[in-house]
Each structure stands twice: as structure tokens, then as C-alpha cells.
Design a binder for this molecule. Structure first.
Ligand SMILES: Cc1cc2nc3c(=O)[nH]c(=O)nc-3n(C[C@H](O)[C@H](O)[C@H](O)COP(=O)(O)O)c2cc1C
Length: 166
């Protein structure tokens, strides 16, 4: 028997799962596009694939669906403002406030990324109001591998703390 729960309880339950934060980027004829994305995970090793879950309303995803390529930028600690900007700022000015360069595929790599994965879109599956987008990883970069990650927990940005003696 299903138990009844509110949207708030559902958000609290899934929000208690701590994650890192990424910005998923792509390039359209009009320039770079991108959005803050928590729902990133590695999927397979051989060949390497990853997945992201994207709202069907995402403007960035319409570019990804068209050009079949995107880059996952894994953010370093200290990038909380950038993460907010790529979620809430007008998409047309998101890139003007932050440094970036183009990958070999033309996708934006953010200066704030501690690592990045350039991907080819191989499949997208519609699930209710979201899409699962699966990317085949074609190149990776470890720009700032020695940095700590940006984390997200219960709607708040944070940092990673290593436990001692374990
Ligand atoms: C911390 C955080 C995590 C987010 N994670 C996701 C996500 O996993 N998938 C998603 O579709 N939107 C996510 N969003 C919301 C998008 O970043 C936001 O709706 C953005 O404006 C979409 O931009 P676009 O329409 O230009 O693609 C997240 C927002 C925040 C603040």
C-alpha cells in the first residue's frame, strides 16, 4: 500500500542525499549555453558513459538535443555563486560573468571546474517531467584536480570534510 506524502516531504527526502554540483554546457549558433545540474552520475566504465536528469523545460537541453554534444563541468568549492548564476540568471548573460574556454568539441569549459567530461549525446529517455540524457564520454580534463569539491545538501551549498583515521 502506498503511503501518502507531500511534495515538501519528497523534496526533503531526496534533498538529504548529498551530491556534488555540475554545470552542463553546450554551444548553439548563438553562443554558449549552460545550466546548474545536480543530477549527474557515472553510468558505465567500458565504454565510459554518464547520465544527467534534465527538466523537459531546459533551454540548454534543446541545444544539446540538436547538436548531440555537451560538457559536464564538475565544480570546485568556492563556486556557489557561479552555481546560483547558472540556475537563476538570464541564460544570455550567464557566461559573461564567469571565465571559460572552448573544448576541442567547442563546448564551454568553465574556469571554476575542477574536472570536466566532454560527451556525445547517445540517448535520451523521457520520464514524466524530466529526461534522462546519456552521454558517451569522449574526453576528460582534470583542470584543478587538487581542489576540493562544491557540495549540495538540503538546499545548501557546502564543502567536503574528510574523516580522520578511517
Ligand atoms: C543546486 C541546483 C541543482 C540543480 N539541478 C538540476 C538538475 O539536476 N536538472 C535540472 O534540469 N535542473 C536543475 N537545476 C535547475 C536549473 O539549473 C535551472 O532550472 C536553469 O535555469 C535551467 O536553465 P536552462 O533552461 O537555460 O537550461 C538545479 C538548480 C540548482 C540551484
Amino acid at each position: 500500500m502506498e503511503n501518502e506524502f507531500s511534495v515538501e516531504d519528497y523534496k526533503k527526502a531526496v534533498g538529504s542525499f548529498v551530491t556534488g554540483i555540475t554545470v552542463v554546457t553546450a554551444v548553439s549558433g548563438e553562443g554558449p549555453v549552460g545550466f546548474t545540474c545536480q543530477s549527474f552520475t557515472s553510468l558505465s566504465l567500458d565504454p565510459p558513459t554518464i547520465l544527467i536528469s534534465v527538466a523537459q523545460t531546459s533551454r540548454t537541453f534543446s541545444t544539446i538535443a540538436l547538436h548531440k554534444k555537451f560538457c559536464v563541468n564538475i565544480l570546485a568549492a568556492g563556486s556557489a555563486r557561479l552555481a546560483r548564476d547558472f540556475a537563476f540568471m538570464d541564460p544570455s548573460i550567464r557566461f559573461s560573468a564567469h571565465s571559460w574556454i572552448s573544448s576541442a568539441e567547442g563546448n564551454p569549459i568553465l574556469g571554476a571546474a575542477m574536472s570536466w567530461l566532454d560527451c556525445e549525446l547517445v540517448q535520451s529517455v523521457e520520464v514524466e517531467d524530466h529526461l534522462i540524457a546519456i552521454g558517451r564520454v569522449i574526453s576528460v580534463g582534470l583542470s584543478n584536480d587538487n581542489l576540493e569539491p562544491l557540495t549540495y545538501f538540503k538546499g545548501l551549498f557546502g564543502e567536503f570534510v574528510q574523516l580522520q583515521n578511517l
